[in-house]
Design a protein around this ligand. Structure first.
Ligand SMILES: [Zn+2]
Length: 466
């Protein structure tokens, strides 16, 4: 009797476990699971899962959770084992001029105006062509994929060529066709630029990766009517407006010549400022003007390396953050940086403001990481789609090795991401669910060909500035 009972109870236990198993739905198949990493989500609660896994299907993140929970619910057709690495949102570079990587190191150690007028503008006038822009964009894309940037905001010429190359490389971008008052490589007059821009915006509207934008260069290189024609164009098509704003002290003088105390006051009086405007630099801005930028819904791209190298000044970033302005981080063009490494940008941003304010608590690691991810997404008006690892967002994800001597030991992944990590530590880069680099091998570009083409083009640049 006892024996029979034991048998019965044993089979009941088997039955019960069978019921439990069948009560759990079979794991659903997804395209990719990134498993067992330290997941730095940058989500609303700023969760860090150590360990954690991320399930990805199609272009989207399906789930972010503990590895056992993900394993129970999802089976990946492919798996990336991320033990010993950080899994985090791809970095967002909110201000660059991608093809200018071809001018990297061409002229250094000069103030902005001299650097622009004696080197960059003449070199651009003689060399910038659709071919130059294609070669430069491929080089920039290679560098960005290798260093964990998944989205960038660009202002340059022949932006349609940049769009094609960016899409082929698999990166996400907000691409602003430049409008400038003097003859440019791709347009003789501002009216030509505006027409080109409109055609570009129409051609790339609704693309999954490319957001077309209007990029009036700056208030000091454009008159009021052209600034407003640019802005109206962006408003008409509901696309972003990218502009350099208050980068150097000299720009204050231009504003004063136009009877306004500053560039911010000038643009505000024109009716230029509003949601959808991303202001690059915003260095020479007063406290009341920070309130104006905030109330108009303007985003700011902070570019500490470029500002330091050109000695332009220090943007009041702690005040922007305190005021709730959406601040992203940018490298600016490689000619004034001289690379596109957003890890370096984070570190320099944090250090610069500590030194400037005399307060080591200024721009802590967490704030720098926010600017490079969710803050950049907010500044670009894309925070519902990118900037953090959360279900329903696009799968723009990077896996960053934490195993080098430089990163050992590891107490706090966020500290390491900002204060010790280099772009070269990125192992895997995923954009819109597509793997662009895995195990340091870039899958969407022929790296050797990209470098060869860039070196060949540099010969033309050398001749141009002779
Ligand atoms: Zn710039």
């Amino acid at each position: 009797m006892r024996r029979a009972f034991r048998l019965w109870s044993a089979s009941a236990a088997v039955l019960a476990s069978l019921i439990t198993i069948s009560a759990q739905p079979a794991p659903s198949t997804v395209a990719l699971v990134i498993a067992n990493g330290t997941v730095v989500t940058m989500d609303g609660a700023r969760r860090v899962l150590a360990p954690g896994s991320v399930a990805i299907d199609g272009a989207d993140i399906v789930a972010v959770d503990r590895p056992d929970v993900i394993a129970q619910r999802y089976q990946g057709r492919a798996t990336i084992e991320a033990w010993g690495s950080v899994v985090m949102p791809g970095l967002i570079n909110t201000h660059t001029h991608a093809p200018m990587v071809l001018f990297r190191g061409l002229a250094d150690d000069l103030p902005l105006i001299e650097w622009l007028q004696q080197y960059i503008f003449p070199a651009e006038a003689k060399t910038v062509s659709p071919e130059f822009v294609r070669i430069g964009t491929r080089l920039a894309a290679l560098e960005m994929i290798q260093s964990g940037t998944t989205t960038f905001a660009d202002m340059y010429y022949f932006e349609e060529e940049i769009a094609k190359e960016t899409k082929a490389a698999g990166l996400r971008a907000v691409l602003g066709q430049t409008i400038i008052q003097f003859p440019a490589p791709d347009a003789k007059t501002p009216a030509d630029s505006l027409a080109r821009t409109e055609a570009f915006v129409r051609a790339w509207h609704d693309d999954a990766l490319i957001t077309p934008a209007v990029a009036p260069h700056a208030m000091y290189t454009l008159d009021g009517p052209t600034l407003m024609a640019s802005r109206d164009l962006a408003r008409r098509y509901n696309v972003p407006t990218l502009i350099h704003l208050a980068e150097t002290e000299a720009e204050l003088k231009t504003a004063q010549e136009r009877s306004k105390p500053s560039p911010v006051a000038y643009l505000d009086a024109l009716g230029f400022l509003g949601p959808g405007v991303l202001a690059a630099h915003a260095v020479w801005v007063t406290e009341p003007e920070i309130a104006i930028l905030k109330s108009r819904g303007v985003g700011v791209s902070h570019n500490p390396e470029s500002n330091m190298k050109l000695a332009s000044g220090t943007a009041p970033v702690p005040a922007y953050l305190k005021a709730g302005v959406a601040v992203g981080l940018g490298t600016d063009g490689a000619a004034s940086n001289n690379d596109l490494d957003m890890f370096e940008a984070m570190r320099i941003a944090s250090f610069l403001h500590k030194l400037q304010t005399g307060d080591p608590r200024a721009v802590p690691a967490r704030a720098a990481l926010e600017m490079a991810t969710i803050g950049g997404a907010r500044a670009l008006g894309m925070d519902r789609r990118i900037g953090s690892l959360a279900p329903g967002k696009r799968a723009d994800v990077i896996v960053v090795s934490m195993s080098s001597a430089r990163q050992t030991p590891l107490y706090d992944p966020i500290s390491h991401l900002v204060y010790t990590t280099h772009g070269d530590d990125v192992e895997t880069t995923i954009v819109n669910g597509r793997i662009l680099m895995r195990g340091r091998k870039v899958l969407t570009l022929d790296a050797d060909a990209v470098l060869r083409d860039a070196r060949l083009m540099s010969e033309k640049v050398k001749l141009a500035i002779r």
